[in-house]
Design a protein around this ligand. Structure first.
Ligand code: MLC
Ligand code: AMP
Length: 427
């Protein structure tokens, strides 16, 4: 029996949401593809997220089932993939999906309030596959190596789905171990690797880093690649291709396959994408439009309207264009920390900190880090003294590991402007 039929036997019908613990195993990936095949909607969640984060998604998306290792706090039907695949059930109709059918909801923490589900259709996912296969010369002969988590669009859509759509092979390592990643290049006969900058930074420091040179394409994204890492790879004969994207828009800008890949830039618009850019020499917010854009936030027309107008998404990224039309990401208007390619919204962490007994006020900022790009650090007002262990424990209960502050500093007060907004640049 195929996975779509097994899901059908559990009552999963077209349009139903399936919360899926994004594990990089063959069984879990077959289940994810089964969800799409039977017209249901895939909602990936992370293995290591907190119960609170998991329950927030489940509450919002109202799933028919949750396919995951059982957790005490999550009392919904849960079945690990192996048991699910062993089920018997009636065959389901496997009609092709329409382009407008919802395929995927990826949760992203917002600048304010609860995480929101970015809705992608079969059409936006297929459009991404078409643009990347064309821009990067991706064919069925390619063998992609990734160690990216599958609960974000980088690993799932850009890597796994696009790779499978070409008919080529995809090797998904469940964790990023630098030595194991480099060994897999040969073992899997890989031709391409997609990484976040933290991975490339660690690879550069590894004695076997030269193994990367056998790949025809090494792509970096999800966070700024430092020109220093770019140049270190150039010296090894590897020209990293940096590209730019966002959960809501998928990938929209890329350095070229043929031609110069410029450090510090993300290149030009991918096929089918239109960009609204500031005039030459000026900085301004980037707006993007095209077939890979999301369909809106799940049941949140208000939040959708804040970011999307007439088919244009306001990215919150501040850009500049160089003399040859290459886009440089030079800042962000949104309050966002990017640590190791993961997004952390300060307000989400601050809400957790401020709810802790003894913490009167809190603010978090991103501190620069060569390895992580930025790391989360917290400033706390704790008049009765700061118990770091207990505060860190409370953070661990509520937040995924990458959102937890690495350092806590006691301050007398959090600087705020007259509207009460935290002035992070003063911290
Ligand atoms: C892990 N940790 C992090 C972290 N990742 N802390 C801060 N930032 C991160 N990104 C925690 C671990 O849980 C652990 O905590 C401690 O840091 C050290 O762990 P490690 O073993 O050194 O880290 P590792 O598990 O190897 O993770 C590093 C990494 C990972 C780079 C592999 O961060 C990662 O997979 N990043 C990819 C993110 C990604 O795919 N983003 C795509 C978003 S889509 P403890 O408490 O256990 O000690 C998008 C659109 C686009 O942005 O354009 O692509
Ligand atoms: P996410 O919401 O996780 O999809 O993250 C999207 C954000 O990641 C973008 O809005 C950018 O701020 C950032 N980003 C993605 N790729 C790059 C890149 N190559 N350089 C700089 N920032 C990037």
């Amino acid at each position: 029996m195929n996975a779509a039929s097994a899901l059908g036997s559990l009552g999963v019908s077209p349009g139903a949401r399936v919360v899926w613990e994004a594990v990089s195993s063959l069984e879990a990936i077959i289940v994810a593809l089964g969800v799409l095949r039977c017209g249901a909607v895939l909602v990936p969640v992370a293995e290591r997220q907190s119960d609170l984060e998991r329950l927030t998604v489940i509450d919002d998306v109202d799933p028919t089932i949750v396919v995951a290792e059982r957790r005490a706090a999550v009392g919904t039907v849960t079945e690990p993939p192996r048991e699910l695949l062993a089920r018997r059930g009636p065959a389901v109709e496997l009609d092709g999906a329409a382009a407008d059918d919802v395929a995927l909801i990826v949760y992203t923490s917002g600048t304010t309030g609860r995480p929101k589900g970015a809705v992608h259709t079969h059409g936006s996912i297929a459009a991404q596959a078409a643009s990347l296969t064309s821009a990067w010369g991706w064919t069925a002969a390619d063998r992609l190596l990734i160690a990216l988590p599958l609960f974000h669009v980088h690993g799932l859509v850009v890597g796994l789905f696009t790779g499978l759509s070409t008919g080529g092979a995809v090797t998904c390592q469940p964790v990023f171990d630098t030595g194991a990643f480099l060994d897999a290049i040969d073992q899997a006969a890989a031709t391409m690797a997609f990484c976040v900058p933290t991975m490339l930074y660690r690879i550069d420091a590894h004695p076997n880093a030269d193994l990367m040179a056998s790949l025809r394409l090494v792509v970096s994204g999800s966070a700024p690649l430092s020109p220093r890492t770019f140049e270190a790879f150039e010296r090894r004969g590897i020209s990293i291709l940096e590209r730019y994207g966002m959960t809501e828009t998928l990938l929209t800008i890329s350095n070229p396959l043929e031609g110069e890949r410029r450090p510090g830039t993300v290149g030009r618009a991918l096929p089918g994408v239109s960009l609204k850019l500031p005039p030459a020499g000026e900085d301004g917010e980037l707006l993007v439009s095209g077939p890979t854009l999301f369909a809106g936030y799940w049941r949140r027309p208000d939040a959708t309207a804040e970011i999307m107008t007439d088919g244009w998404v306001s990215t919150g990224d501040i850009v500049r264009v160089d003399g040859d039309g290459y886009v440089i990401i030079c800042g962000r208007s949104k309050e966002l920390i990017i640590s190791g390619g993961f997004n952390v919204y300060p307000s989400e962490v601050e809400d957790v900190l401020r709810a802790i007994d003894g913490v009167d006020d809190a603010a978090v900022v991103g501190a620069p880090s060569d390895e992580w790009g930025e790391v989360v650090v917290a400033y706390l007002v704790t008049p009765a003294g700061m118990d770091v262990d207990s505060i860190a424990e409370k953070c661990a209960e509520a937040l995924s590991p990458y959102k937890r502050p690495r350092r806590f500093t006691e301050v007398e007060e959090i600087p705020r402007n007259s509207l009460g907004k935290v002035q992070r640049h003063l911290l």
